[in-house]
Design a binder for this molecule. Structure first.
Ligand code: HEC
Ligand code: HEC
Length: 357
């Protein structure tokens, strides 16, 4: 009788142990592996915040989150829905459509060599870091349209995520999963999106050379030769990142005063008059893969972009002085296009390490 009672007591005790998940993760080994970004020395020093060093485990978690529809309200969309690898992590549509069927007010952007961008993210630079940026799409009504508390609750209950967070950040308990840690992991993954194998990269490394037409376009782009027309592109879309990482008004819209731009861009965020109508000069890496063009996707083809620069754009008080009538000849157009083709990096868009695994 006594024996029977004791065994009953033990078994009910065991049941309680397994049913009550304390969320403890300390049995899982936390031993992160440092990760060094691989990029040519000419790319400069990447911007890696001291409180978010890159680790193999952090990148794995970030990649998993980036591709996982768990980040959206109805589990149908993830970051990759609007940032597709085949399009240089951009969206081939003019505007993107979020889970509620609403369109984003601006065109999506390529995610490429972002570790080297130091002056803010989004067309208007409103996010200072990739960590801050990654918090936005989840709660944005035109994008993933959910709330972070909801996402955190799903991640905490998930059968794999808690151990991934443990391995990446050393949390001791499931309850320590936060949006900040999720954003840190996503930022780590985004920093691995390095493209350094375009024809231009290989030429700069001395491993390939331009055709005559490409060389002509390169000289126009960079103002390398007094006998070739200077197209001024290289000032704002500078080698090797093909962006100066600066904001400018490239003359897309006519505006009699600085308050009359349809989209105030940088000025909406800083509140400074002079910044109104200015946008991030985006990278031209893989530009032949990322039509349509500009913050509102107004140009469907690269020819329309060249028409714009050839015409000198439209007047507004802060239109950049580098934007003026260039009147490209047919040869100059072909040369510029041939040069822009050398910015395509097909290994980047097909690299299985950057895709979901
Ligand atoms: C519904 C489509 C959509 C989804 C989903 C989406 N994005 Fe974006 N993304 C955009 C658009 C549109 C912009 C430009 C918005 C702007 O400038 O106002 C953008 C811009 C960005 C930028 C700025 C790049 C730069 O060069 O400044 C980053 C980084 C980014 N997204 C990362 C993400 C991450 C990480 C996720 C998932 C957490 C995500 N996006 C989900 C549409 C989307
Ligand atoms: C004064 C700086 C400046 C100069 C010079 C300049 N650009 Fe731009 N470029 C920008 C800015 C800023 C944008 C984004 C404008 C926007 O969307 O509001 C842009 C956008 C673009 C885009 C669209 C990118 C995308 O992802 O949608 C292309 C293509 C482009 N420029 C090519 C060129 C070429 C080719 C030249 C030379 C003929 C050139 N640019 C000269 C500043 C400049």
């Amino acid at each position: 009788m006594l024996l029977f009672a004791t065994s009953l007591l033990i078994s009910s005790c065991e049941e309680e142990m397994t049913e009550k998940d304390t969320g403890d993760l300390t049995a899982i080994l936390y031993n992160p592996t440092n990760y060094t970004l691989k990029a040519p020395a000419s790319y400069g020093i990447p911007d890696i915040p001291s409180d978010n060093p890159m680790t193999a485990e952090g990148i794995t978690l970030g990649k998993k989150l980036f591709f996982d529809p768990i980040l959206s309200a109805d589990s149908t969309m993830s970051c990759v829905s609007c940032h597709l690898q085949a399009f240089s992590f951009n969206d081939p549509t003019k505007f993107s459509t979020g889970i509620r069927g609403e369109q984003t007010p601006r065109s999506a952007m390529s995610l490429i060599n972002l570790a080297f961008h130091k002056r803010g993210f989004f067309w208007d630079g409103r996010s200072p870091t990739l960590e801050a940026q990654a918090l936005d799409p989840v709660e944005n009504p035109q994008e993933l349209a959910t709330t972070w508390p909801d996402v955190i609750s799903k991640l905490t209950k998930h059968k794999e995520y808690p151990s991934f967070f443990r391995k990446a950040f050393g949390i001791k308990n499931k309850s320590e999963i936060t949006k900040e840690l999720a954003a840190k992991a996503i930022a780590q993954y985004e920093r691995t999106l390095i493209s350094s194998n375009s024809k231009l990269d290989r030429i700069l490394a001395g491993a390939d050379k331009f055709t005559d037409l490409e060389l002509y376009g390169y000289k126009m782009y960079l103002d390398e030769d007094p006998d070739v027309k200077d197209a001024e592109c290289g000032h704002c879309h500078a080698i090797p990142h093909m962006t100066s990482d600066q904001f400018a008004n490239n003359g897309l819209d006519e505006a009699p005063t600085l308050n009359e731009f349809k989209d105030l861009g940088l000025g909406k965020f800083t509140g400074n008059n002079i910044d109104k109508g200015k946008f991030k000069a985006p990278t031209l890496k893989n530009i032949m893969l990322t039509a349509p063009y500009m913050h509102d996707g107004r140009f469907a083809t690269i020819d329309e972009v060249l028409d714009h620069y050839s015409s000198g754009g439209k007047w507004s008080p802060n239109k950049d002085p580098l934007i003026y009538k260039l009147d490209f000849t047919p040869l100059e157009r072909r040369a510029l296009k041939a040069f822009l083709e050398t910015l395509t990096d097909t290994s980047f868009i097909s690299d299985p390490n950057l895709g979901p695994q």
